[in-house]
Design a protein around this ligand. Sequence first.
Ligand SMILES: *Cc1c(COP(=O)(O)O)cnc(C)c1O
Length: 292
Amino acid sequence: MADSPIQQIIFNKITFHLKRDDLLSTDFSGNKARKFHYLLTRDFQHITAIHSYGSLQSNAMASLSVLAKMRGWRFYYYTRANDSFEPKGNLAKALANGMIMRDIQEWPWERELMSQLIVKETDLYIPEGGRFPEARKGIEILAKELLEWGVDGKRVFLPSGTGTTALYLQKALFGKAEVATVPCVGDEEYLKKQFASLEPDAKYWPNVLNPPKKYRFGRLYKELFGLWEELCRQSGVEFDLLYDPVGFATLIYHGLLDGDLLYVHQGGILGNETMLERYKQKLDKIAQTKQG
Ligand SMILES: *Cc1c(COP(=O)(O)O)cnc(C)c1O
């Protein structure tokens, strides 16, 4: 996984820079390649299995399945499967990589409970979405690449899930460049709680921008799909459908899509397959209703 390129992109006649972490690896979602760098490179001779939990189409799940396969670890994934699910997208990929899926009926599966269960020295527990202090190492490499390119004085922006990436990136760029983000999962309060769990000193936290309206994570919004299509068409780059449309809607809303922007493309393209299918169904239905 070598240094990813930074390109100039034009969208709505505005030129900005794009860090192409989506090109880091075809196997790992770009963001997870950074967050799991530590798991990929450190010597873990005593480990034989890893455990994590989360949703059925998680990018972290797919990336961990690749990692486990590469390192010869068993991978247990705790999730709540529905009755009639068909393995597609990220789930199909993870199962093909040998992931062992454990259906849990209670949700949310408490992180604390999980760490109590996994006390064996040969087992490693990775919190949902890779929200763990070990993620810092890989994100520091991203910061180093940005600094070498000349990010000083620019505004770095990336949409957040757990906020782990944005937080450690701001910490590594502190005093050099400002990092801003938008909460895509939960609201501003949730995101700040996540920051606080990893870094008590708020001076290192990224600037949190609110989206133009409340979008529920993973829900479909016609206007976000339209924005995504335009963005991909004009830039010639495929963006992800879960985080990036919220990211760009937020930048436009706050008038921050400008020449000072460096946007981090965090990958996630593998998840587009299932999102596109869902959008197609939704938009077909709307078209039918309009006709009828
Ligand atoms: C995981 C992921 C994120 C969120 O990263 P956090 O560190 O949890 O905020 C954003 N974009 C993509 C494509 C991801 O896979």
